[in-house]
Design a protein around this ligand. Structure first.
Ligand code: G
Ligand code: G
Ligand code: NA
Ligand code: MN
Length: 253
């Protein structure tokens, strides 16, 4: 209960902030985008990871407010980088299933884009497979979002139950291969097979495919060999503060 009260005050107390993780073209090393990842810096608890407060925010009806703040901050940061002459082509922002349950999510997103001035084509929203499959009106919501020009990615792909027929009718542009498959890619033949299958599926459906959790050169090489040229993971950079994104990036490049 105390945690709940603390979380509810976190935005007003400026305790919520974003880290950003580069998304990279494997063959050229070019930065193609960043994913925004939320953190809570609580004076009492220290930095709380999202797995510990997103579910709570969902339970206490705080996720709409938090989700909107995250989107605003992500868009503002994009405009700030642009003003500094730093080229970040795209930003990915995670959406929670609960954000689909109340009101029009597309209206909220359109408002934030308008207020910050970010081009809708530079925003990609990430939803997990389970959100898409288990939300009654998912297709309608996704269509509304598509209509305002934002991109959509399916996060943690391969861990849920996607109906491939459903996937085909959705205006989705990107599949993110879950990092659990990438982890043992060079030793586990099942993970290899699944990864290759997702890459092929993406090609067949004309979707772009990005691998998450890439930690080694070997994994990056495997992906490139099998036709996936986009990656995100510790091999390139961990999620970092916006001021050091380009430092971390240039150090690696
Ligand atoms: O960053 P790690 O950074 O610990 O993220 C853990 C999980 O939290 C991931 O599943 C990620 O998708 C989720 N997450 C991170 N930021 C956000 C956010 O802003 N909104 C939602 N709904 N989930 C997020
Ligand atoms: O569910 P979501 O896929 O959005 O989760 C992203 C989570 O993965 C975040 O917690 C992020 O910090 C973490 N992450 C990002 N890159 C790597 C990586 O290369 N290895 C591992 N183990 N975790 C990563
Ligand atoms: Na994500
Ligand atoms: Mn993921």
């Amino acid at each position: 209960l105390r945690l709940e009260a603390m979380l509810r005050r976190s935005i007003d107390k400026n305790e919520i902030f974003l880290n950003f993780q580069p998304q990279v073209e494997i063959d050229t090393g070019r930065l193609v985008g960043v994913e925004a990842l939320v953190r809570w810096n609580s004076p009492e608890l220290g930095v709380v990871p999202p797995i510990r407060f997103i579910p709570l925010a969902e339970d206490i009806g705080f996720i709409s407010q938090l989700g909107k703040w995250v989107l605003q901050e992500a868009c503002r940061q994009m405009m700030a980088w642009e003003a500094q002459g730093l080229a970040v082509p795209k930003i990915a922002v995670n959406l929670s299933v609960k954000q689909f349950e109340r009101g029009s999510i597309a209206t909220m997103v359109a408002d934030v884009l308008k207020e910050t001035g970010l081009d809708p084509h530079r925003l990609q929203l990430e939803v997990t497979e389970s959100v898409i499959m288990n939300t009654g009106d998912a297709l309608a919501f996704i269509n509304d979002l598509h209509a305002i020009g934002v991109g959509l990615a399916i996060d943690d792909f391969g861990t849920g139950y996607s109906s491939l027929a459903y996937l085909k009718q959705m205006p989705v542009q990107t599949l993110k291969i879950d990092r659990s498959f990438i982890k043992d890619i060079s030793t586990d033949i099942n993970d290899e097979a699944i990864t290759i299958a997702i890459i092929q599926l993406g090609k067949s459906l004309n979707l772009s495919v990005i691998a998450e959790g890439v930690e080694t050169e070997e994994q990056a090489d495997f992906l490139l060999r099998h036709g996936c040229n986009l990656a995100q993971g510790y091999y390139y950079s961990k999620p970092v503060m916006p001021e050091i994104l380009f430092e971390a990036w240039n150090a690696k490049a």
